[in-house]
Structure formats: C-alpha cells, structure tokens
Design a protein around this ligand. Structure first.
Ligand SMILES: [Zn+2]
Length: 219
C-alpha cells in the first residue's frame, strides 16, 4: 500500500550532525487563521552513523513527568554523547498536551488509538501519520514514555509489548527494557488499542519498541 506523504513540514534536517531544535507544523485551519498551524516541538541530536531512536512523550496530554524528562534531556544531550541519531518529541500530542488533557480538545481523539493515522485527517490522526510514515521508517528502536495522568497510578514500569511477536523480537524488547532500567517490566497482551497503537505501528515497521509507565495520577 502506498502511504500518503505527511503534511507536517519541519526545518529539522534529520541527516545533519549536531543538535537541532524546531517544530513540526501541524495544519489547523480555524476561523481566525485559515492557513494556521500548531507548533509541535521536535529535536534531533545526531552524531555520525548508528541506530536511530525516536523518544516520544505526551501522546496523552495529562502525563507531565515524561515531557519534563525529555525536555531536560534535549537541553543536556550533547552530540558527542550520541552514536547515531536520537529524535525527541516531548509533546507528541501537542493539542492534548497544551490543554493538559488525555485526549485532544480539537478532535476528541486519543493519539495512542489512531495509528497508522491519516495525513488528511484532523490533528490527532495527522500526528499519528507523521510518526508512522516519517519517524518509524527511520527508526531502529523507539521508546514511548507514558505516566499515570489523571486516572492511573503506576509503579515505574516498562511495557514490553503485546501478544504477537517472534522470540527474537521478544528478546530484543526485553533487552531494551533492561537498558531503560525501570524496576518493573512486563509483556502486556491485552490492552484496548489493538493495532491502533504506537507499539503496533512500531511492530509493523520492524522497529524494536517499548513503552514506559512512570508516576502517579495528577492530583
Ligand atoms: Zn499515556
């Protein structure tokens, strides 16, 4: 199947060495701004050849710990400390993050339930399409950071994936979880998201991914 190109331009040059900061321009045409767009923060830290690792947070906008973690990492990560490329999206679900809500107030959708997305859709499917269509093909590994948000309470946990995977992928996900270093981790065959999650998107591209859950509910 030929996928439609993304409609989220950015000035980030993913092929360039060094540390770059910028934004994805998420189309959002409204009454007061016919050709408006929302700035989705993105950073790229690259140093020569090596694996590409996207780090995502705020697929759910009420999960604050993760965006603070990635924002601190963006500020302190020197290219000399990297072999390869790290792409950071600290507010992957920008409309939800901007509102501090689990789901987007613009289209009511949950970013981690709309993969592989739609480049011509409303902002949430357009963001999922960017991750699936642009980031996943570049990626070797991916870590998708989550936390308790408004309704959950988690021990620091690595979520190592769903039901269907080869023994080789299972081992690779386990090793990635051990590298991440959460004190707990488990394989989670049941979730609500089915094939519409970031994890499923990563698996469809052959990307070794884990999710993490860290922190208590927002009070
Ligand atoms: Zn979440």
């Amino acid at each position: 199947m030929v996928r439609k190109p993304s409609r989220l331009p950015t000035r980030i040059d993913f092929g360039a060495d060094g540390r770059q900061f910028g934004a994805l321009q998420l189309p959002h045409s409204v009454h007061r701004s016919a050709y408006g767009w929302l700035p989705v923060p993105i950073a790229c830290v690259r140093n020569g050849e090596g694996p590409t690792v996207p780090l995502l947070s705020v697929e759910h906008g009420d999960e604050y710990e993760d965006q603070i973690t990635l924002s601190k990492l963006i500020g302190g990560l020197e290219p000399a400390a990297v072999s390869g490329r790290i792409i950071l999206l600290p507010m992957a679900g920008f409309p939800a993050g901007n509102a501090g809500l689990r789901t987007s107030p613009i289209d009511g959708l949950n970013l981690n339930r709309v993969f592989p997305g739609d480049s011509d859709g409303t902002p949430t499917p357009a963001l999922a399409h960017y991750i699936d269509n642009v980031l996943m093909p570049m990626a070797d590994y991916l870590i998708d950071l989550h936390s308790g948000g408004s309704s959950l309470m988690y021990l620091p946990t690595a979520i190592l994936g769903g039901a269907q995977m080869t023994a080789e992928v299972r081992q690779a996900r386990l090793e990635l979880g051990l590298v991440f270093g959460d004190p707990y981790g488990f394989f989670f065959p049941g979730g609500q998201g089915g094939n519409a999650t970031t994890s499923a998107s990563a698996a469809s591209h052959g990307v070794i991914s884990i999710g993490t859950e860290m922190g208590e509910a927002v009070r």
